[in-house]
Design a binder for this molecule. Structure first.
Ligand SMILES: Nc1nc2c(ncn2[C@@H]2O[C@H](COP(=O)(O)OP(=O)(O)O)[C@@H](O)[C@H]2O)c(=O)[nH]1
Ligand SMILES: [Mg+2]
Length: 670
């Protein structure tokens, strides 16, 4: 299966899932199972699946064939080159291809001069008016390709300007651009490009990042410390005609080597194998030469040979456009696509599905608990009513006043519930403080200060180390606080359960360990980046500033999602309390209503008992369906057959169920 097919399949699964989730939400609402905690969880699941992006980054030195490979893998369907990829017309700025339905098809370009200001790239994304916009006509591949040529534009500037923009380094003269006769040097005109087109794969959440060569990557710290490490797959490209050059190796070492997690997501491609094709040699001889190149490249990069995939992007593109199956096979492009599909997409799917399955399990527990409480209340009422059989009016009247008395006592106990709630909130406030933006800002302000000190270059590792150990400490502290809150909740819930015969169960506390892991990855990517030669760039104050800003935007994402987990946890605890209070109040009302009916008519008792029987049956059915629907939800793609059975199951209306739900809604409003 090719990457495109696998990605498509993933998209189908996501759409089906979103649809099923919507049906589930509607069904839950109809049966009054949608409390605030459940709703929040549904909402998160939906946005997690809907907004799931898969980013594939192509990183290499100039002219290795990144853009050509992108054309061949993703855009062959347009019948021509979309990304400029011909000698002398290379991408000069990082270019992201994606799809955002809120923006018309367009190319947006951020001027290179924005580097002189210190906002992070992430922040520039929020100010669309600073970008130059060119509308794209997706039905006109020629116009599309012509517009894309913009990413190859350059500007001539003085050496001083080039230095300010980050393209000139006195300590690395060999990497500097050539000075023309007029004393000017060529630098990219644009800093970053965003391409928005409704290509089928992009529409489903694929984001492709095409990067220029080493010089431009090095000047944009955010690329190295944020975009590339966060990509789900990074394709590093070598060319068979050049082998591994010094600058290839520099990119590999400074920007791509990762230990642990990242390894699976790295693909190394040996492109341009067609340059080794030779009509005068036997195919075996050519293959032997390709194998030799492959082995040498793998050895230099320190990888097993199997990790280097030989292809010809150019022949692959031509073969796809002309429908030449034999050439496509020879280009070996399908092997690369397969590796992307299995490795990258397979991994991504697994992760997303596991997350979704965990969320659904929690959802089911919470909704299941509500059903359980209702059943228990009915059972108790049943005992109460059976006890009234054959009793005279005085006993019935006494029963009524007992229920009223119970209700009064319950309402008086409400203060205890309030107390639990306010202790909970008070403790949470400390966690919110630890994980909040102001705290993070303060930590990073210290780092900025440290990096700005003259002569800091050697102490930079230490400053990073200190900042990150403080951040880790903060996270660890939040985790301890969370554990305290969890024990408090467990104890108070147990007590409330005894006192009010509730069935509260403290929801699972958030697992902050994975955010510790994120911090480690972020620190490592920064240190690796600074380790080799970029540390010298820190003598430029604005470079240090840009670096910290890049760090801040990445950390903010981590902290926001940690905070989100804590909020969800809090919401499910609070909404359990709310739900049980509400159910109990409703229960009192029902019991009193029942007694009143019995007082009014002799047949009232039997009628009410029959009703409770019906309601019990409905609840049992509700529970079965909840299990059914939630287990279908986590099925794999192509489980469309299940999807079709669900709406039917949901549509099957049950008059008694409706009566209960309807009645509940009315009494709640009262
Ligand atoms: N022979 C050959 N040339 C290729 C291949 N892929 C790319 N090229 C050429 O290499 C040059 C640079 O390609 P491009 O995609 O722009 O490289 P980038 O700078 O890495 O994006 C262009 O002239 C391409 O036509 C290939 O597989 N075989
Ligand atoms: Mg290019």
């Amino acid at each position: 299966m090719s990457f495109n097919e696998k990605f498509d399949q993933h998209g189908v699964w996501r759409r089906e899932f979103a649809l099923r989730l919507k049906l589930l939400a509607g069904w839950m609402k109809d049966h009054d199972l949608l409390d605030a905690g459940v709703e929040e969880r549904l909402h998160r699941l939906e946005s997690q699946v809907r907004s799931d992006k898969v980013m594939v980054a192509f990183v290499a030195e100039f002219s290795r064939g990144k853009s050509e490979l992108i054309n061949a893998i993703f855009f062959a369907g347009y019948g021509r080159r979309i990304m400029p990829a011909s000698a002398g017309r290379t991408t000069m700025c990082p270019t992201e291809l994606g799809y955002d339905a809120d923006v018309p098809p367009c190319l947006r370009l951020l001027p290179i001069e924005t580097r002189l200001q210190n906002q992070a790239l992430m922040e520039w994304r929020m100010v669309p008016e600073k970008w130059t916009r060119i509308d794209l006509d997706v039905n006109d591949p020629a116009q599309l390709a012509q517009a894309m040529e913009k990413v190859a534009e350059t500007r001539a500037v003085t050496v001083e300007e080039a230095r300010l923009l980050g393209f000139w380094h006195d300590n690395h003269p060999e990497d500097n651009p050539r000075v023309a006769a007029d004393g000017l040097v060529e630098v990219p005109k644009w800093r970053h490009a965003l391409i928005n087109i409704a290509h089928p794969l992009l529409k489903q959440g694929l984001v492709i990042l095409d990067t220029p060569g080493l010089n431009a990557i090095g000047a944009e710290p955010e690329l190295t410390v944020s975009l590339i490490p966060q990509a789900h797959a990074v394709v590093f490209i070598l060319a068979a005609d050049t082998g591994v050059t010094k600058s290839d190796l520099a990119i590999w070492r400074e920007h791509l080597i990762t230990e642990g997690d990242g390894v699976e997501a790295r693909l190394v491609v040996l492109n341009k194998i067609d340059t080794l094709w030779d009509a005068l040699s036997t195919p075996e001889h050519v293959q032997a030469q390709i194998d030799r190149q492959r082995a040498t490249s793998a050895e230099i990069l320190g990888l097993p040979q199997s990790k280097v995939i030989p292809v010809s992007a150019q022949k692959g593109l031509v073969a796809k456009v002309t429908g030449d199956a034999e050439l496509l096979l020879a280009s070996q492009l399908p092997e690369l696509e397969n590796a992307l599909a299995q490795g990258v997409m397979g991994q991504r799917q697994k992760i997303l599905r596991a997350a979704v399955a965990a969320g659904i399990a929690e959802l089911k527990n919470e909704a299941g608990r509500a059903i359980h409480i209702r059943r228990r209340d009915l059972a108790e009422q049943m005992i109460e009513l059976r006890g009234l059989r054959g009793k005279n009016t005085a006993v019935i009247k006494h029963m009524r006043s007992r229920i009223v008395q119970e209700q009064v006592e319950f309402d008086a106990g409400g203060a205890k519930i309030q107390a639990v709630r306010s202790v909970h909130l008070k403790l949470l406030r400390d966690v919110f403080h630890l994980l909040g933006t102001p705290t993070l800002k303060a930590e990073l302000a210290e780092l900025t200060q440290a990096l700005k000190q003259p002569g800091i270059k050697l102490g930079v590792k230490k400053s990073y180390g200190q900042t990150f150990s403080r951040l880790r400490e903060g996270l660890a502290k939040s985790q301890i606080l969370n554990a305290d809150i969890q024990s408090m909740l467990t104890a108070s819930f147990r007590q409330l359960n005894v006192e009010f015969s509730f069935s509260l169960l403290a929801p699972k506390e958030p697992e902050l360990g994975r955010y510790q892991h994120d911090l480690e990855l972020i620190e490592r990517s920064h240190l690796q980046y600074l380790g080799v030669r970029n540390v010298l760039k820190l003598s430029q104050p604005d470079f240090a500033d840009r670096l910290v800003r890049a760090l801040a935007t990445r950390l903010r994402v981590v902290y926001e999602s940690a905070l989100g987990d804590v909020e969800l946890w809090n919401k499910s605890a609070a909404s359990q309390l709310d739900a049980q209070l509400r159910e109990r109040r409703r229960n009192f009302r029902r019991r009193i209503e029942a007694i009143e009916r019995i007082q009014q008519a002799a047949s009232g008792l039997d009628e009410r008992i029959a009703e409770i029987h019906d309601q019990e049956r409905v609840l049992i059915e509700l529970d079965t369906r909840l299990t059914e629907i939630t287990s279908h939800l986590v099925d794999g793609p192509g489980a469309g057959a299940h999807l079709r059975t669900i709406p039917a199951a949901l549509e099957r209306t049950d008059s008694t169920a409706e009566k209960i739900a309807g009645k509940a809604a009315v009494t709640d409003a009262a």
